[in-house]
Design a protein around this ligand. Structure first.
Ligand SMILES: Nc1ncnc2c1ncn2[C@@H]1O[C@H](COP(=O)(O)OP(=O)(O)OP(=O)(O)O)[C@@H](O)[C@H]1O
Ligand code: SF4
Ligand SMILES: [Mg+2]
Length: 368
């Protein structure tokens, strides 16, 4: 395997200190469900995100992880205010932006950017790369010193593309190159925060690492804070200093990378960390550790289980788990800021070594 496919070493854990850049309190998104005949009325709600608290500090990379449908994208879209929450509060640099209108959001829009999962649908096929990348400057009426074209060339260079290609169209680029264009567009206004929603999962595995490394360089060199959304823990381990694990619209565990990977206290985090590809179960060389197989489907977010939402799949569940929702708190023995929501947490005695975490075969090959 060539060097360029190797993920660079994870960066040191940054202390989550000082004033947070972005704070979400009780962040909630209930999508209404309509039914009935002949007159449609609201018959329920998809509780996509249900009371999430999180903080993102300047310059840090914060990971948001969980299975499909747990509410990661909805959370990301609320943080960037592409979606207005049904409840809760979002504070950006001390300013409440939860219900801020267009005008109030205008100066903040340039500081918070989003990178989307699909580099094919997120770029307008009829616009040149130069037009796509300069659009945020145009919309915000920003004229950088030297002009927009010079800035586009500079941005293309930063993301590793040929600056002379600004007149080309998206279809002339590969998937990985298109995602680089998306990164350049997100950087155009020198943001302070980028929410990257599964930025590499649509890419061929051979180029995932290159794009992750680019994002990591951008984060480090330009000091931009990232919310990095992913469904697997392996990628996030390389990119994020702190992370939150979501399950069915709730954060079940949050903490710094080392504490969370080496001593997961929530059974769901433990299960995610110990997930291994089928092949490795029969591989004598694979690391020997306790392995947990998550069984059963994720329940519907329209009618989530009472108490702890993970209880229908949890091997440790007891009666109280059905009646009392466990609060997200710091358990004894945990590092500062490592919070867990569970009535019967795991011991946290190095259940899985960070080096052995593998979520799928493709990433396993990548990590090797
Ligand atoms: N506009 C919407 N209207 C109704 N339900 C929605 C809407 N958007 C998302 N949902 C539902 O909200 C829940 C959370 O969706 P979301 O896309 O945030 O999950 P996710 O964690 O990003 O999943 P994935 O890993 O598949 O991207 C899902 O059950 C989804 O079907
Ligand atoms: S609260 Fe109960 S059901 Fe939920 S994760 Fe902990 S032990 Fe399992
Ligand atoms: Mg998503």
């Amino acid at each position: 395997m060539s060097d360029e496919l190797t993920l660079t070493e994870p960066k040191d854990t940054l202390p989550a200190t000082g004033e947070p850049l972005l704070t979400a309190e009780n962040l909630t998104m209930h999508f209404p469900v309509y039914g009935g005949f002949p007159f449609k009325r609201k018959v329920g709600a998809v509780k996509a995100v249900d009371g999430v608290d999180l903080q993102v500090f300047p310059g840090e990379s914060f990971g948001l992880v969980g299975e499909s449908g747990c509410g990661k994208s909805t959370t990301g879209r609320m943080l960037t205010r592409l979606l207005e929450p049904t409840d809760g509060r979002i504070t950006y640099r001390g300013q409440d932006i939860t219900r801020a209108g267009r005008k109030q959001l205008a100066p903040i829009r340039s500081e918070i950017q989003m990178i989307f999962q699909d580099p094919y649908s997120s770029l307008n096929p009829r616009q040149t790369v130069g037009k796509i990348i300069s659009a945020p400057m145009e919309i915000n009426g920003i004229e950088p010193p030297g002009g927009r074209e010079a800035r586009v060339r500079e941005l293309l260079e930063i993301v590793g593309l040929n600056p002379e290609h600004f007149n080309r169209f998206p279809h002339e680029f590969s998937g990985g190159q298109r995602q680089r264009i998306g990164v350049a567009r997100a950087l155009a206004l020198e943001p302070k925060l980028i929410v990257a929603d599964e930025p590499v999962s649509a890419l061929d595995v051979s180029i995932q690492a290159q794009v992750v490394n680019l994002l990591q360089d951008v984060q480090k060199e330009l000091g931009i804070a990232f919310v990095f959304i992913a469904h697997d823990l392996a990628i996030v381990r390389h990119f994020s200093q702190r992370l939150a694990v979501m399950y069915l619209g709730k954060v079940v565990e949050v903490g710094d990378r080392d504490s969370l990977y080496n001593a997961p206290r929530h059974p769901y985090t433990h299960a995610l960390l110990s997930a291994v590809p089928e092949a490795s179960l029969h591989d004598d060389d694979a690391p020997q550790r306790e392995r947990i197989r998550l069984t059963g489907d994720v329940p519907s977010p329209i009618n989530p289980p009472s108490g702890c939402r993970f209880r229908t799949r949890c091997w440790k569940a007891q009666d109280v788990c059905a009646t009392e929702e466990p609060p997200l708190v710091q358990l004894s023995g945990n590092r500062d800021g490592h919070l867990t929501a569970c009535h019967f947490p795991e011991d946290g005695d190095a259940l899985s070594s960070g080096k052995e975490i593998v979520m799928d075969e493709a990433l396993r090959r990548l990590e090797k």
